[in-house]
Design a protein around this ligand. Structure first.
Ligand code: ME8
Length: 525
């Protein structure tokens, strides 16, 4: 996506590039974005679909902008939680994880995701890199053996302190933690408190949003504690073997975090993907795993002599009808069902528009249907249909000669919102833009004006068509199918980065339009 240069605000994510003669900035940055790798203890639900769609929209936005993008997702397959679920299903962990990992992989076609790879932590390429990271941390003197005892929450796959329990139970998983005592390997996380503090001081936007950054800063101010990073094979054998000690496997988080490296070819630092894409630009994560990504992960990377990520982007949780999703309540929403009922673009739009990244949000069938009816069918769908009908009636079904329009402020606000990952605000701007077009139609009343001033109607029609072209580009990261349908209706070919020019005047006079079926027909209810 080429940015209008004059009106353009500097984009902090992009190195400054000069403006060419044609007044455009061509951004050739790289953009590496990841989702968490999901545990394969159960099938994917709404929450997983949510994170993956947000990441996909950001990946698509950067691709349209001309950046080289690598978008990674995958599955986290080791640890006690997965091992126990496999046992409960009377299956070997390998078979169990093969099946569930495939269910997560199926999110890609269902939600129209464009991930460039899908990593499984049971793959050899991953285990190789995870073990190398361990070796490096050991070489840095950061891994040591220690006897300890503590309370372990398998749901969290982490230790939990007595003070965080409610009636003796983990308040999130509603299960009693298990007493664990063993001699394990530890990672010297406490040693990294000052270095990480310094990184936070120098990179104000490392953790986004600010409230989540502040939470991490508070933990840093208290000082980080060393963390157990292995399990005896007598406790759990489902993990990556610890180098040079086959009585222990790695703690699942120590193994899992390294997926972001191993997918790029680490430990081979000369691997083309590693060279091009490391470090990560955005690790998108849910708020409950912020701590692992914003405190432990940077320490592991420093210990291994690797560069730290640019941003940890933390999103809130989705509830369903105001309640936490849970099997007990029976309100777990299946993303595949949702796509079957409403289509991928509608689900994607709901996630990006209704839910505000930094807040918790709520899903309900009433809300998604309201968004469908009001925003998609009424505001967007009707405007497209109305415009095309008028072009057929008053302009022989062809694009009239170019005229002026009021797009620049919307384009600029949209870009600014996308730069700070505020998808909801970016979309709100597009819908304001659409409303301004509706208003222009109502003000002119072309069906009346055409009799006395056909030139004015032609000017309005060009404005409408060209605005829809720009709106299609802006919604493309979130609603790729709808964007392409609009693009096709305007008589254009495939919406690609080279053609996705966010600048007024792209439509050529005389281009025949192709009015198709309504974009968002009434829901079958
Ligand atoms: O934590 N609302 O995996 P996980 C919003 N394997 N997002 C939600 C959600 C909800 N209700 N429920 C889940 C793990 N998510 C580890 C990660 S990374 C190296 C290892 C999303 O299967 C959200 O992104 O429990 C959350 O962080 C992630 O799924 C947790 O997935």
């Amino acid at each position: 996506m080429l940015l209008p240069c004059a009106a353009d605000k500097p984009d902090p994510a992009i190195p400054a590039a000069s403006c060419g003669d044609e007044g455009l900035t061509i951004n050739m940055a790289k953009f590496y974005i990841t989702t968490p790798i999901y545990y394969v203890n159960a099938r994917p639900h709404l929450g997983h679909a949510y994170t993956s769609v947000l990441a996909d929209a950001l990946a698509r936005y950067h691709r349209l902008k001309g950046d080289e993008v690598f978008f990674l997702t995958g599955t986290d397959e080791h640890g006690q939680k997965v091992e126990r679920s496999a046992k409960a299903a009377a299956q070997s962990p390998q078979r169990f994880t093969d099946e569930l990992s495939q269910a997560f992989r199926n999110l890609t076609p269902a939600l129209n995701l464009t991930n460039d790879d899908f990593i499984r932590t049971t793959e050899d390429r991953h285990k190789l890199g995870a073990r190398e990271l361990w070796r490096r941390a050991k070489k840095s003197g950061d891994i040591f053996k220690k006897k300890y005892a503590g309370l372990y929450c398998v749901g969290h796959e982490s230790f939990i302190s007595e003070k965080d329990l409610m009636d003796g139970q983990c308040p999130e998983h509603l299960t009693a933690p298990e007493k664990m005592s063993a001699e394990n390997y530890f990672f010297a996380l406490s040693k990294y408190t000052p270095l990480i503090k310094e990184y936070y001081a120098r990179h104000k936007n490392f953790v986004i949003p600010e409230a989540k950054r502040n939470e991490m800063q508070a933990i840093l101010n208290d000082g980080l504690e060393d963390i157990s990073i292995s399990r005896e094979t007598s406790q759990t054998s489902w993990g990556v073997p610890v180098p040079d000690d086959d009585t222990q496997v790695m703690y699942v988080w120590f193994d899992a975090l390294t997926n972001y490296l191993t997918a790029l070819g680490f430990p081979d630092e000369s691997a083309p993907l590693f060279k091009k894409f490391w470090p990560t630009d955005v690790h998108l994560v849910g708020k409950e795993i912020n701590r692992f990504h914003s405190l432990l992960w940077p320490a592991m990377l420093i210990s291994a002599g690797l560069t730290l990520p640019e941003h940890i982007l933390v999103h809130g949780w989705i509830t369903v009808d105001g309640q936490k999703m849970s099997k007990t309540i029976g309100n777990v929403v299946d993303p595949f069902e949702l796509v079957k009922n409403y289509g991928a673009d509608t689900v994607r739009y709901f996630f990006c528009r209704e839910l505000v990244i930094q807040n918790d949000g709520d899903f309900s069938y009433v809300k998604i249907e309201e968004r469908y009816r009001a925003d998609l069918s009424h505001e967007l769908g009707n405007l497209v249909q109305r415009t095309l009908t008028m072009v057929e009636k008053y302009a022989n079904g062809k694009t009239p000669p170019p005229s002026h329009g009021e797009a620049a402020p919307y384009l600029e606000s949209y870009q600014n919102a996308m730069t700070i990952f505020a998808l909801d605000q970016a979309l709100a701007k597009v819908w304001e833009f659409l409303a301004s077009l509706d208003k222009a139609i109502e003000e002119m009343k072309p069906w009346v004006t055409v009799k006395k001033d056909p030139a004015a109607v032609n000017a309005l029609l060009y404005r409408l068509l060209e605005s829809l072209r720009l709106a299609a580009i802006m919604i493309a990261p979130v609603m790729p199918e709808t964007a392409q349908k609009i693009w096709t209706a305007l008589g254009l070919s495939t919406l690609r980065p080279e053609s996705a020019i966010l600048k007024w005047g792209g439509l050529k006079e005389g281009t025949p339009i192709k009015k198709g079926v309504p974009l968002f027909p009434a829901l079958n209810k």
